[in-house]
Design a binder for this molecule. Structure first.
Ligand code: PGA
Length: 251
């Protein structure tokens, strides 16, 4: 049995006071369960305040990015070790907003994944096709290539420290969600690729989250699918009611 994992990607939202307010309410909520991994990815500036609040609560912390170098003259960047030092257990890498707006390619993402793993940060590795690619029936090809390139040189044992997030780009922040069947099809395909490259046991154990306009209404049907092991949630994670409803549906 794969343990469900629900992660809230706050993106560039939440001042420290807002973060404090939301996390305090989340901690007061009586549904924090033993059976779902809950991860929050605040912006860097709110990591400190969230870290203090979630200590011993079971809620885990993620950073939204790292640079692959260990230290030095890289103005504006932070390393895997710094994120670890700031209390993070996870980092989100390969997110479509990083790929699109900041021109991150598979080779760079691969370097970041390796840097994270070397520093014992778990990785939420995002893959997904654009609308154009889906319409051209290239979804599987695109996802397979992102996986192959992103996981180049990564060992099977490291996959234990990774979660894959399938996030169709056309579903992110658009209010359009993949149907449970569309999502399941790609999740199953991702698992097959992992099996081919890393073996059956790794494929059976790796958790694959769905992301892209997940909300309190659609989460249950998505999470009921056999190969959907959790959700990577953007805008709905900024709201207590919707985030907790999504966690409930993973339970
Ligand atoms: P969204 O974002 O839920 O707002 O669509 C998901 C994501 O980018 O991870």
């Amino acid at each position: 049995m794969r343990r469900p994992i629900v992660a809230g990607n706050w993106k560039m939202n939440m001042l420290q006071s807002e973060a404090e307010d939301l996390v305090k309410k989340l901690l007061e909520w009586n549904g924090l369960s033993q059976s779902v991994d809950i991860v929050i990815a605040p912006p860097y500036t709110a990591l400190g305040v969230v870290r203090k609040l979630v200590k011993n609560s079971g809620i885990q912390l993620a950073g939204q990015n790292i640079y692959f170098e260990t230290k030095g003259a890289w103005t504006g960047e932070i390393s895997a070790a710094m994120l670890k030092d700031a209390g993070c257990q996870f980092v989100i890498l390969g997110h479509s907003e990083r790929r699109h707006y900041f021109h991150e390619d598979d080779a760079l993402i691969n370097q970041k994944i390796k840097a994270a793993l070397e520093n014992e940060l778990q990785v939420i590795f995002c893959v997904g096709e654009t609308l154009e690619q889906r319409e051209r029936a290239q979804t599987q090809e695109v996802v397979a290539l992102q996986l192959k390139n992103g996981l180049q040189g990564v060992h099977a044992t490291d996959l234990e420290k990774m979660v894959i997030a399938y996030e169709p780009v056309w579903a992110i922040g658009t209010g359009k969600t993949a149907t449970p069947e569309q999502a399941q099809e790609i999740h199953c395909y991702v698992r097959k690729i992992i099996e081919k490259d890393f073996g059956k046991i790794v494929a059976e154990n790796i958790r694959i989250q769905y992301g892209g306009s997940v909300n309190s209404e659609n989460s249950k049907c998505l999470l009921d699918q056999e190969d959907i092991d959790g959700a990577l949630v953007g805008s709905a994670s900024l709201n207590l009611e919707s985030f907790t409803a999504i966690i409930n549906s993973a339970n």
